[in-house]
Write a protein that binds this ligand. Structure first.
Ligand code: TA6
Length: 312
């Protein structure tokens, strides 16, 4: 096997108890981290997209399309794509020229290193960076601001934290939206309920963007595409239950909104990189974000937001 393609295991300190293993593969295009207890994540440098998160028993928590682009030719469909600096598309706020969901999910990020964190004594923290310098001239022309993104992924026993820090390293303010576009794997979407949105106002993108209010837990019986702003605020957990049993608990930090999305039959048919076509039965997107309004970042300022997903 030619040298460049050999997996590169990052050094561990001899004599220490078993340590998390971090390996770069595919010419450093992909990174895998595994805890001594068996939990693992797989991250594509293109988009800093977490493609897979397995628990200690090897059970996969994320849905990844069989037709997901994993070669850098586009955003990967599945796992956690990062939406920045625009959610959807916009005809204002400096985002007019940007593609759907911005460029972060479709740009090559740098791996900045691994560390253990205060929070994750038994876990591992991986840092990734993307800045205006990393962008192609074309993309920079679409959004001519000087910015920095630091994305920290902390894998711990029974939880996964993703933290995004946005900095304005330029001389002029800029506006942005951001979202963590989680694709959860479920056994049967029709047996799924999501709590934490009770009485929350939402914009129903499937019904002419009408504003509605959520009555009771969210259930699924057709295409669903809604932008919620839970009244109880970011600290209020969102819980995905299957057959009445909680599976995932999501706690947000500084992300006041959450989007719920399932394409169902027809929309999945129309999505080229969505396979298998009946995959909508096995996935659900619950996406913490700051998308119902625009954040403005002044020169030298920073914005930090995060989510922690707990396996319950
Ligand atoms: O987050 C939900 C959403 O905005 C939906 O409207 C749907 O389009 C989905 O994202 C997927 O968008 P994509 O650009 O990845 O096809």
């Amino acid at each position: 096997m030619e040298r460049a393609r050999k997996p590169t295991a990052l050094a561990t300190t001899p004599g220490l108890p078993p340590q998390p293993q971090v390996t770069l593969t595919d010419s450093n295009a992909r990174l895998t981290a595994t805890l001594p207890t068996g939990e693992s994540i797989d991250i594509l440098l293109h988009g800093a997209t977490i493609l897979s998160w397995k628990d200690a028993a090897g059970r996969e928590n994320f849905w990844l399309s069989d037709a997901a682009k994993l070669d850098g030719s586009g955003a990967a469909r599945g796992g956690i794509p990062i939406v920045f600096p625009v959610f959807g598309t916009s005809d204002g706020h400096g985002a007019e020229k940007l593609p759907q969901h911005g460029f972060a999910r479709n740009s090559r990020w740098e791996f900045l290193g691994k560390s253990t964190s205060e929070a994750a004594k038994e876990g591992v923290k991986l840092d990734f960076g993307l800045s205006s310098q990393n962008l192609s001239d074309d993309v920079r022309a679409q959004w001519p601001y000087t910015f920095g993104l630091l994305y920290s992924v902390t894998l711990d026993r029974g939880s996964l934290n993703t933290t995004l820090v946005v900095t304005n390293d330029g001389d002029v303010p800029f506006e942005f939206q951001t979202l963590l576009h989680n694709y959860f794997r479920v056994d049967d979407i029709e047996k799924v309920t999501v709590t934490g949105f009770e009485d929350a106002p939402y914009v129903d993108k499937v019904d002419q963007f009408k504003t509605k209010s959520q009555a009771g837990p969210v259930t699924f019986a057709g295409e669903t595409d809604r932008v919620y702003t839970p009244a109880q605020g970011p600290g209020h957990p969102l819980v995905i239950e299957e057959d009445g049993k909680p599976r995932f608990r999501i706690v947000r930090d500084n992300l006041e909104d959450a989007v719920i999305f399932n394409p169902w039959v027809d929309k999945a048919q129309g999505m080229g990189d969505f396979e298998p076509k009946d995959g909508w039965k096995k996935m659900l997107c619950v996406e913490p974000g700051s998308v119902s309004k625009w954040q403005t970042l002044e020169k030298g300022d920073a914005f930090e937001a995060a989510q922690t997903i707990y396996l319950v």
